[in-house]
Structures are given as structure tokens and as C-alpha cells.
Design a protein around this ligand. Structure first.
Ligand SMILES: Cc1ncc(COP(=O)(O)O)c(C=O)c1O
Length: 412
């Protein structure tokens, strides 16, 4: 019986790897410990019957880079293992498909789940800016109606589902940038009662904190650019879902070509190996930073799901099994407008102002100016993104250094 690791951390280290030992008689080369990159776009076969099997869709055979690639498949397998950690016996019933970015994954999930002219797509009102623009601006150009809902309020969600009958509802496990937590198991029940599919953008939680499939979610989405990669040097996305959706997703990806390349897949797969270590450290750091900043007089508000005063603190603990509360903290500078925020950003020395999250570096972003720039001031106000709000993605440095840099930039 082959050994298969049981714990999440061991699965992160070994997930998706297939070591091919040559039979003893044919030992012409050594087997590397680290999996390689298979860059080939095309494949050759012994004979036409073998090629026919490959073209017929045998998942272990490859014909063309856009249809599948072994390095990408290894990354996808690792993602399935992590997202199915609580139900390993059902991992074979799930698939992952890697995409060129998180937005490509979101678009793929919506389209492959049936969003098309005449349909309605619903999203949590405080979702990531580009997701908001996709639902509010791009889909409507194709005859799709976009609606937004406060996904923390289950009664409002149920009313929306009854009234608008959306094909899909997309929510974020931890919303970007307001860090709201939604009751995903209840949302899944509600969506299914009204015939909608629930798509969960699990980017900020990662499978380390929360694994949506076990809670009845239809499709899990990641911007793998963030915590999965972890080092800010690769753009990618991934969807994970049950096999009954596989052919719709694969056909759509094959035709639209938003695939992930093998070099990026290799980097993301490597990132997964340290995901639990990074997440554990960065979540712990974020707790310290949020705690300390919550007492700072220059800040009107500090939002962090790990703080007892966070409106969904108890829900976050329940959903995430107290494994952590994420590594992002949102702060509102008191009585601050754009100029005050710019001054703060420019005064930071170690914490870098950059439009991303999930790296080992601590990074700060001004949502009104970057991730939510495409929203009108009225839309931002309606969503709750204030002019003084900054999003702090806490990295893996010493939390005392992170706090010292922020305190100095705040002028105290
Ligand atoms: C929660 C969330 N989802 C999706 C995306 C889009 O990911 P990508 O930039 O990889 O397309 C982002 C990017 O910041 C994000 O924060």
C-alpha cells in the first residue's frame, strides 16, 4: 500500500508530485527529488492509435499546451489535494484547472457555470475591484445583468436570490479590502435552494484556513498570484470543483485559452510547499499588528477578523477552525483624505506600497486609488471604502519591525 501523507502540511510539501523511478534494468538516469518543468507545446506518440487516445481526451496523455501540460497538471493535482483535505476519499471526484491569472479564473468559473446573455450574475457588494467591474461593467456588455448584495446579511441574500434568480453568486471568504466574513455553508444552502451556483474566491483564506468544497460550495477560485505563489513573482489563478463541471470548464478554457503556462505552474507549485509555514507566520504577525494598531490614536478604525470587535469574529473562528484569521489588516486613517494617505504611504520605509497581497513582504495598498479606482466615489461610499482606508498585507518579517515602520510613518 503506497504511503500517502495525512496532514495538511505534509500534503502541501508533497502534493501533486509523481516520482517516476526507472525500472532497475533501465536505470539510465537518476530521478530528481524536485519535479521538473515540461515546456513542450506538442507531443509525439508511438503510433496513430496512441495519438488517437490522446486526442480522445485521455487525461494522462498530452497533445497540445492549451489542452493540458504535465507541469500544470502537477500543480492542479496539488491544489485538489489541499482543497479536498477534509474529504481525501472524494479528491478523485474533483478537478482543478489553472489559469493565467485570478481574474481569468473568475471569468472562467462564471462562464462555464452558464453566465451568458439573459442571465444574471450576483456578487458580494464589497468584492475585489476587478471582480466588481467584471460584474458591473463587462458582463452587461454581453447582455448579462449584474447585481450586488450584502452577503453578510442572509435575509437580503435570500430576497435577492428569489427576485433576481442569478445563475451564480460570487463571494470572497475574507473580502478584499473590508475583510468581511460570510457564512459560506449557509450561503451554499440558500444558493442551491434557489438554483444558483455558489462560487467562492478563497484567495485571502487559502485552503490552509478554509476549504469551501466540503461546505457545499460549487467552485473554489484562487488568485494564485497571492498566497499560493507567495513571493510576488508569478501571476496565476486556479479553479477547483467537482468533476460534473469539468467538461464545461475544460471546453471553455480550451476555446478561450486563458491557460497557465508551465513555468508559472512550476513556481506556484513550489509556492504551495511553504504555504502552511508562510500562512501560519503571516496570520500570527497580522494578529500582533492588528492588536497594536487598534490602540493607535491616528487610526479611526482597525479591521481584522481576529479582533474580538470585528463583526464576524465568532463566525471567522468557527469557519477557519481557529487556524488563523488571515494576514490582511485594514486601517482607516483618522480624518484623512487622499493627500494624508499619500504622505503616510511615502513615509513607510520597509512596508512597500504595492498593489498586491500574499507575498512574504509587508505591503500596503490604498483601495480608493488602486484596487477600487474603477468604482465611482458614490459606489465606493456605498460599499464602505472610505477615503482614509488602507489595506495592509502583513508579510513574514518580524512584527515589531512592521509596527515600528507604520508607527514612524503615522508620526508617532
Ligand atoms: C480577492 C482577489 N481575487 C482575485 C484577484 C485577481 O487576481 P489576479 O490579479 O491574479 O488576476 C485579486 C487580485 O488582487 C484578489 O485580491
Amino acid at each position: 500500500m503506497p504511503f500517502s501523507p495525512k496532514s495538511f502540511i505534509s500534503k502541501a510539501v508533497h502534493g501533486g508530485e509523481i516520482r517516476r523511478y526507472a525500472p532497475r534494468a533501465k536505470r539510465i538516469r537518476s530521478t530528481p527529488v524536485v519535479g521538473g518543468i515540461d515546456p513542450s507545446i506538442g507531443y509525439i506518440y508511438d503510433d496513430s492509435a496512441h495519438l488517437d487516445d490522446a486526442l480522445g481526451g485521455d487525461p494522462n496523455l498530452y497533445v497540445y499546451g492549451r489542452y493540458g501540460n504535465p507541469t500544470v497538471a502537477a500543480f492542479e493535482k496539488a491544489m485538489v489535494e489541499l482543497e479536498c483535505h477534509d474529504m481525501p476519499e472524494r479528491a478523485a471526484e474533483c478537478f482543478a484547472l489553472a489559469t493565467s491569472s485570478g481574474m481569468a479564473a473568475i471569468h472562467l468559473a462564471m462562464a462555464a457555470c452558464g453566465v451568458r446573455a439573459g442571465a444574471t450574475v450576483a456578487a458580494a457588494q464589497d468584492c475585489y475591484g476587478a471582480t466588481y467591474s467584471l460584474v458591473d461593467g463587462l458582463w452587461p456588455q454581453y447582455g448579462v445583468k449584474g447585481v450586488f448584495v450584502d452577503a453578510t446579511d442572509l435575509n437580503t441574500v435570500e430576497r435577492m436570490l428569489a427576485q433576481d434568480a442569478p445563475t451564480v453568486l460570487i463571494v470572497e471568504t475574507i473580502s478584499n479590502p473590508l475583510l468581511k466574513i460570510v457564512d459560506i455553508p449557509r450561503l451554499a444552502e440558500l444558493c442551491h435552494a434557489y438554483g444558483a451556483r455558489l462560487l467562492v474566491d478563497n484567495t485571502f483564506a487559502t485552503p490552509m484556513l478554509f476549504r469551501p468544497l466540503v461546505h457545499g460550495v460549487d467552485v473554489v477560485i484562487h488568485s494564485a498570484t497571492k498566497y499560493i505563489g507567495g513571493h510576488g513573482d508569478v501571476l496565476g489563478g486556479v479553479v477547483v470543483a467537482r468533476n460534473d463541471l469539468r467538461s464545461a470548464f475544460w471546453e471553455y478554457l480550451k476555446k478561450t485559452g486563458g491557460n497557465l503556462g508551465p513555468h508559472e505552474a512550476w513556481l506556484l507549485h513550489r509556492g504551495i510547499k511553504t504555504l502552511p509555514l508562510r500562512m501560519e507566520r503571516q496570520c500570527r504577525n497580522a494578529c500582533v499588528v492588528a492588536e497594536q494598531l487598534s490602540r493607535h490614536p491616528a487610526l479611526a478604525q482597525v479591521r481584522y477578523p481576529g479582533l474580538p470587535e470585528h463583526p464576524q469574529h465568532e463566525l471567522a473562528g468557527r469557519l477557519f477552525g481557529y487556524a488563523g484569521y488571515g494576514a490582511v489588516v485594514a486601517c482607516e486613517l483618522k480624518d484623512a483624505g487622499q493627500e494624508d494617505v499619500f504622505r503616510f504611504l511615502e513615509a513607510l520605509q520597509m512596508v512597500q506600497p504595492a498593489t498586491t497581497v500574499g507575498d512574504v513582504y509587508s505591503l500596503v495598498l490604498y483601495p480608493s486609488h488602486s484596487s477600487h479606482r474603477a468604482l465611482s466615489p458614490a459606489q465606493r461610499a456605498a460599499v464602505g471604502i472610505a477615503d482614509g482606508l488602507v489595506r495592509l498585507a502583513v508579510g513574514a518579517e518580524d512584527p515589531e519591525d512592521i509596527c515600528a515602520d507604520i508607527y514612524a510613518a503615522l508620526g508617532s
